[in-house]
Design a protein around this ligand. Structure first.
Ligand code: UTP
Length: 295
């Protein structure tokens, strides 16, 4: 029923300059896999195969990554590196990418609107290209199940420390069952004292096509950008929007600290790296505590 996912990857990535001047942050490696591949895999595992990338200048490496590289495949075959070959071959053939340009970076809401001609009049997923969700269940799959029950938009949320609310879009929710709720209000990056809750929007959305109508009339908002949160607020005036609360780790790889945290956590999950990496971390911590003691 849900066939398309929009992945906005056109942002400037200013929090990560100068690294993002010529290299998309969505292509930064988490050990040996680029961030955006995690998100594409999440879509594929949920059965969503048509991936619409909203790209911009300097985002070409993303297109190359999801292309078939016959020279590389030949080389790996000649070298007898069959595991690597199968991995690369399988992945590049599974994805069905479509690229569309956001000519000016006018905000996340604008990036989603740019995809309208490709999405058309059907419900679709939006998954941010720099947010990795690492949990037991596939959140996009859950969102599709909720859509199949209620026929309305669904937004994934997670609990954040109240001190961090000003970094996120925050929602207030009327719980309806277990982890599902009805969204009552949304605020983009509120001050701690003005936040209606500590439930933050996480970067996974399922929208009915009516969101496009709302995006077209959404005025420029915080930061001089067309905010997706503002369009969802308008959508709420017409139809219900559901929330699903995540039980997973959320990694915002778009900031240096968030990226570093992601690397460490994923390294600790890797059987081939973990043991030596833990030794290294223990070493760092013991050296560091000596410095602290000296100070
Ligand atoms: P961010 O909020 O991380 O913005 O966007 P950004 O511009 O990329 O990064 P900073 O804040 O300057 O460091 C969330 C996602 O939406 C995309 C980004 O590429 C990212 O994956 N985005 C954002 C667009 O596609 N277009 C935009 O105009 C803004």
């Amino acid at each position: 029923m849900i066939r398309k996912a929009v992945l906005p990857v056109a942002g400037w990535g200013t929090r990560f300059l100068p690294a993002t001047k010529a290299m998309p942050k969505e292509m930064f490696p988490v050990i040996d896999k680029p961030v955006v591949q995690f998100i594409v895999e999440e879509c594929l595992h949920a059965g969503v195969e048509n991936i619409i990338f909203v790209t911009g200048r300097h985002k070409r490496p993303i297109e190359h990554h999801f292309d078939i590289n016959t020279d590389l495949e030949k080389h790996l075959e000649q070298m007898g590196k069959h595991d690597l070959l199968n991995n690369i071959r399988e992945f590049s053939r599974l994805t069905n990418p479509i690229y569309i340009r956001q000519k000016e970076q006018l905000g996340l809401g604008h990036a989603v609107l740019v995809a309208e001609p490709v999405v058309g009049d059907e419900p679709f997923i939006v998954a941010l290209g720099d947010i990795i969700i690492d949990g037991e269940e596939n959140i996009i799959k859950r969102m599709i199940e909720i859509y199949e029950r209620f026929g309305k938009s669904v937004i994934a949320v997670f609990e954040v420390d109240r001190k961090m609310v000003s970094k996120y879009g925050i929602v207030s929710v009327k719980p309806i069952e277990e982890d599902i709720g009805l969204i009552e209000d949304l605020v983009e990056k509120p001050k701690e004292e003005e936040a209606p809750s500590n439930l933050a929007i996480v970067g996974r959305y399922l929208f009915t096509p009516r969101i496009f109508e709302k995006l077209k009339v959404t005025p420029v908002g915080k930061g001089g950008e067309i905010q997706l949160t503002d369009a969802i607020k308008l959508l709420l005036e017409d139809e219900a929007v559901y929330s699903i609360k995540l039980k997973a780790n959320v990694y915002d790889t778009g900031s240096p600290l968030g990226y570093l945290t992601t690397l460490v956590n994923f390294a600790l999950k890797r059987k081939d790296i973990k043991d030596e990496f833990i030794k290294f971390l223990e070493d760092v911590v013991s050296k560091h505590s000596q410095w602290i003691n000296k100070a």
